[in-house]
Design a protein around this ligand. Sequence first.
Ligand code: SAM
Length: 203
Amino acid sequence: MSREMTETEIQQVQQGIKAKYDRVAAAGAGGNFQYPTGKTGMELQGYPPEVLKNFPPEVLAAFCGVGNPFSLEPLNPGDAVLDIGCGAGVDSLVAAHLVGAGGKVVGLDVTAAMVERARANLARLGLAHVKFQVGEAEALPFPEASFDAVISNGVFNLTLNKEKALHEAHRVLKPGGRLMLADMVLVAALPPDQAGKVENWFQ
Ligand SMILES: C[S@@+](CC[C@H](N)C(=O)[O-])C[C@H]1O[C@@H](n2cnc3c(N)ncnc32)[C@H](O)[C@@H]1O
């Protein structure tokens, strides 16, 4: 929306996002997005072949990212990584594979039901250096300079205060840390009959 949103619209967006991701947590990614999800989406985005080969099918099926943050910069063994808007945790688990047992990964998501899905996926892989928690991109519950890398996939477009969310990502990164972000952006103005609709936020 190019104008300021009203308080009512903000609440409608928050409720719409929660309802959508409660639905995705219950039913899975398939059929809920206008782009390829699951293993097919990960293959198209060039995820590491060993991940596609070795991760359990139920974990790969839960991917609903829009790109591949790992294609931007390497993660190093031992890195501490934060995954903002981790959903069912697929990228967090990929990060855990890349940083190894000497690293640590935290996945954070505003939708409690998605965090439950992420914990179930973590149990499938049995990794000790990953944890998932509920929280908001706009108010990260971590001290400054906590992470070597912040990753995020398909989430910042859903944040109501993007400046604050980016500021928070910067705050929790160590000096020299990397923000590896995949997302969707509008490349042209929407037609007048589509612009400004609350529903655009959670199609
Ligand atoms: C398109 S899904 C992507 C999930 C995951 N990154 C992946 O690639 O599979 C977007 C996720 O962002 C979460 N989300 C939306 N707004 C958020 C916010 N303000 N803070 C944290 N998470 C948010 C949703 O609950 C949902 O799980």
